[in-house]
Design a protein around this ligand. Structure first.
Ligand code: AP5
Ligand code: MG
Ligand code: ZN
Length: 217
């Protein structure tokens, strides 16, 4: 199964990606997570990416494409992959097409998780992430059973530096300008599937599973 997840900041891409990747035994590749890991480790890439992520703008296309191309060459992508947060521009989408064409493979679906702009800020600002295992919570919609720590591993919960109202608004603006045109792009290539992302987390997942299981049989 070769999938990409499209959707604005806070739509639920990462939340759904974890369950979908597990169900279909494919790697979950989040370009945002790759940048955050590099920032944490203080690599050259991390140093370049930090101010860009903090401002809510996009990392340059050539840099992102090179990272994804290398990642897709790895052994665990042989049976498929789930891309979360890539592609994010038409240039990135065309580069992905070239990478896949060169290997004679194509996407099964570009899943667009649709969420109204009005609730995106609340989703992102209330997000909390475990420092240890990366589990994602929400103060209202998916609270941890332990008040200030991860219910899975006891790790401390933190807030992403770009999850403040001002930066989230910037990210939404960048999404609308740079990424939303990909919906038409994938509609034209016949792989677009739209999912209502405003339902509760488990119902959104069920809709995605329905779509993917239909494709399997
Ligand atoms: P990235 O990390 O990809 O951030 P994003 O696209 O802004 O998306 P988010 O991670 O904020 O949202 P999500 O859809 O994953 O939501 P989640 O499931 O966590 O990118 C960060 C930055 O990296 C970019 O700004 C850019 O600088 C750079 N970057 C990354 N990729 C790039 C690329 N390809 N090119 C250039 N630059 C790139 O859910 C959010 C919250 O809502 C959580 O708290 C969750 O619990 C809750 N929630 C989820 N679903 C539901 C639901 N159905 N109901 C209620 N609550 C829900
Ligand atoms: Mg995410
Ligand atoms: Zn944890």
């Amino acid at each position: 199964m070769r999938l990409i997840l499209l959707g604005p900041p806070g739509a639920g891409k990462g939340t759904q990606a974890v369950s979908v990747a597990k169900e279909f035994s494919i790697p979950h590749i989040s370009t945002g997570d790759i940048f955050r890991l590099n920032i944490k480790q203080g690599t050259q890439l991390g140093l370049k990416a930090k101010s860009i992520l903090d401002s809510g703008l996009l990392v340059p296309d050539d840099l992102v494409v090179e990272i994804v191309e290398d990642r897709l060459k790895q052994e665990d992508c042989k049976n498929g992959f789930l891309l979360d947060g890539f592609p994010r521009t038409i240039v990135q989408a065309k580069s992905l097409d070239t990478i896949l064409n060169n290997s004679n493979i194509s996407l099964n679906f570009a899943i667009n998780i649709q969420v109204d702009k009005s609730i995106l800020v609340e989703r992102a600002v209330g997000r909390r992430i475990c420092k240890e295992c990366g589990a994602t919570y929400h103060v209202l919609f998916k609270p941890s059973k332990n008040p200030d720590s991860c219910e899975l591993c006891g790790g401390e919960l933190y807030q992403r530096p770009d999850d403040n109202e001002k930066t989230v608004s910037k990210r939404i603006e960048v999404y609308l300008r740079e990424t939303a045109p990909l919906i038409e792009y994938y509609k034209s290539s016949g792989v677009l599937a739209t999912i209502d992302g405003q339902k509760p987390i488990d119902m959104v997942l069920e809709e995605i599973f329905k779509l993917l299981r239909k494709d399997k049989v």
